[in-house]
Unconditional design. Structure first.
Length: 439
């Protein structure tokens, strides 16, 4: 306890770190306040049906990602998932279209152009999702809830919803540039944490209504949740170390032997991005739920506890894990860097053979990592089948738990870097804190 208090004091002794923390907290507070601002033209006292609809199922999951804004008919109701969906499309275009491939190789200027394209595509997706969300509002709320009628309200509300999501994106970029951690990741995490007290209260209420073993079952559920949390941390931090021997060097008349070091290759090098992107794609069919021709398909793919939803979701997680591992880990560049520094893997020739060896190792360790990631993604469904409240079951795995673990580790790693740079003790007693690949 004394060590923790001393570490907190050291954090606030560093002026730059203190300013970044305060700046981040203030912008996150702005986001949370905005999630309670109802779209103008809607009576906030008549949202009971909408909040009931978003308490479970796929709508409940979307409501959790938006921090309750979806169920509050807030100006931030659509959240950041349209931006995530646009990011998926743009990065996939970077594989298929030469123009976007060229932008990826242009460094910072190319990254800015791709970000601009992502924003444009986000507006297009919002222009589709906004009317779909309003159609759902009209079906859930009584006519007296709408203070403005007809086409003028739909046009005005769509513009407000588009502006709300773009403002969230701006907040995320400001946090990334001048705050602490990745802004978009933190915004999603804060929304998830905001729903945890409601989920815990709902589960507690469910157990109280049972006559026997209710309190004991609640304790068992919390213990299981703790072990799932620990297992998820192990997945995020897991590595395989590849031994690297540096060649002998002669300095003056003395010969120095090679130094044995290790390359830590992550079991889950893609971090939490595969599950976020897969979840964004699984939410996409909700756009077509309001059309008669596609309502049946949307209902099948939108069944959160259904077989086809979870099968497709798991396969997408595996596919995106391999995709992002290929993007973030470049075996050829690693092999070239080792060769330039006189290093080699014992038993493997430097250069092309080393790159092929690293590629094979990454493919092998990514497979179990991606499968375990997919199992964690669909674990909330098994929790629901065992009788756990739908809201609380989301925290037994899935996107919620992985985002919480990944973002917390990333943020703590940045704080530890500031502490070590100023010659203070880090956050962990043994070794460096290992984060994940950022968003």
């Amino acid at each position: 306890m004394k060590k923790l208090i001393e570490t907190i004091k050291n954090i606030f002794k560093i002026e730059e770190l203190r300013k970044r923390i305060v700046y981040t907290v203030l912008l996150l507070l702005v986001y949370r306040l905005g999630s309670f601002v109802v779209v103008p033209g809607i009576d906030p006292t008549q949202l009971a049906n909408l909040q009931s609809q978003t308490s479970e199922g796929l709508m409940g999951l979307l409501n959790m990602f938006s921090g309750g804004a979806f169920g509050n008919a807030s100006i931030f109701a659509l959240g950041v998932m349209p931006y995530i969906s646009a990011s998926i499309v743009i990065q996939l275009l970077g594989i298929m279209i030469p123009y976007f491939q060229r932008l990826q190789r242009e460094g910072e200027s190319g990254r800015r152009k791709m970000n601009q394209w992502t924003r444009y595509l986000t507006i297009v997706i919002l222009a589709l999702q906004g009317p779909a969300y309003l159609t759902n509002l009209h079906s859930q709320l009584p006519e007296t809830a709408f203070l403005i009628k007809g086409f003028s309200f739909n046009l005005f509300a769509t513009i407000v919803l588009i502006g709300g999501t773009m403002f969230i994106m701006w907040l995320g970029e400001r946090i990334t540039d001048r705050g602490l951690g990745n802004g978009i990741s933190l915004i999603i995490m804060v929304g998830i944490i905001a729903r945890l007290p409601y989920a815990l209260a709902a589960e507690f209420g469910t157990r109280l209504n049972q006559t026997t073993g209710s309190f004991l079952m609640l304790i068992v559920e919390l213990v299981i949740l703790f072990f799932v949390f620990v297992a998820t941390i192990a997945l995020v931090q897991g590595t395989r170390k590849i031994p690297v021997q540096y060649a002998k060097r002669i300095v003056g008349n003395k010969q120095y032997g090679g130094v044995r070091q290790y390359i830590p290759l992550k079991i889950n090098a893609a971090g939490v991005m595969p599950i976020i992107f897969a979840q964004a794609l699984m939410l996409f069919p909700l756009i077509f739920a309001s059309f008669d021709a596609t309502r049946g398909l949307a209902a099948t793919l939108g069944n959160y506890t259904g077989f086809w939803y979870n099968l497709i979701f798991g396969l997408l997680v595996v596919a995106f894990t391999y995709f992002y591992t290929a993007v973030t880990v470049n075996p050829t560049m690693m092999a070239e860097d080792m060769k330039k520094n006189g290093g080699f893997i014992p038993g493997i020739k430097p250069g092309k053979k080393t790159a092929e060896y690293l590629d094979v190792v990454m493919s092998r360790i990514t497979l179990p990592g991606s499968i375990f990631l997919a199992l964690v993604a669909i674990m909330p469904v098994f929790a629901m089948k065992l009788g756990i409240n739908n809201q609380f079951a989301h925290f037994y795995g899935g996107t919620s738990l992985l985002i919480l673990v990944g973002v917390i580790l990333d943020t703590l790693q940045q704080i530890e870097s500031y502490l070590l740079m100023r010659h203070y003790d880090g956050l962990m007693k043994t070794g460096r804190l290992k984060g994940r690949t950022g968003m």
